[in-house]
Design a protein around this ligand. Sequence first.
Ligand code: NDP
Length: 247
Amino acid sequence: MDYQAPQDLLRQKVILVTGAGAGIGRVAATTFARYGATVILLGRTTAKLEAVYDEIVAAGGPQPGIAPMDLAGASNDDMRQFAEVLANTYGRLDGLLHNAAQLGERIPVEHYDVSKWMTVMQVNFNAVFMLTRQLLPLLRQSAAASLVFTSSSVGANPKAYWGPYAVSKYAMEGLAKLLAEELENTSTVRVNILNPGATRTPMRATAYPNENPATVKPAASLMPLYLYLMGDASIGVNGQTLRCQLP
Ligand code: NDP
């Protein structure tokens, strides 16, 4: 996408990014801040979130928030309390980028360890549902909120050996489509699915260990689409699946 975002696109917006400590989430968080957003950085490794915080502040961006949370173990109550803190601190949420995910193992279903399967489903799907559920009242407080679910090609078309990663993304796409319909006429919240396509990150390197990372596009090249979805230019776009094209 060759969308050119104005420099103040996200000024006054409060945006939560999950998995903000590394990979695409990190680049999205720093980019949103560069375009004026107050970004809440959620992730499981506090030191990584602090590094992103420092980077945003050093670049002169609005002071971010840090939300250490391991989505594998976080309960519905943890998320409710988190939503309360956000409500008391910011009063609303203008954007939510569901980005955190775990790849899990790429082996046949019949060999998959059940508890490892459950963990991937918890992080990639159940936590996404619970967080969305708890944050919807805050998203409704925004004049125009954008809820973005990060999927994958194997989410749209599950493929052999992709295990709970594919199944969780497939379920997440279902949740996103259902929510888009539910919220269409009852709120100003828009809901879309974003498939970044092959991108140079730690997850990609794990999934394709023999690939030369230099041949894969960097996360920065995705940002016009991420900005488009988070900014007001995408108001009215709802229930869509947007895919970043390979270079
Ligand atoms: P990375 O693995 O590089 O980064 C994922 C981020 O999520 C990390 O910051 C990680 O934290 C965080 N995270 C993982 N597990 C948890 C957890 N239990 N609780 C909280 N945070 C967690 O992934 P990518 O940047 O590659 O992927 C981002 C999104 O894009 C994912 O949804 C992925 O499925 C999707 N995607 C990526 C593609 C690619 O080619 N890269 C292709 C298609 C889709 P920590 O660093 O602390 O481990």
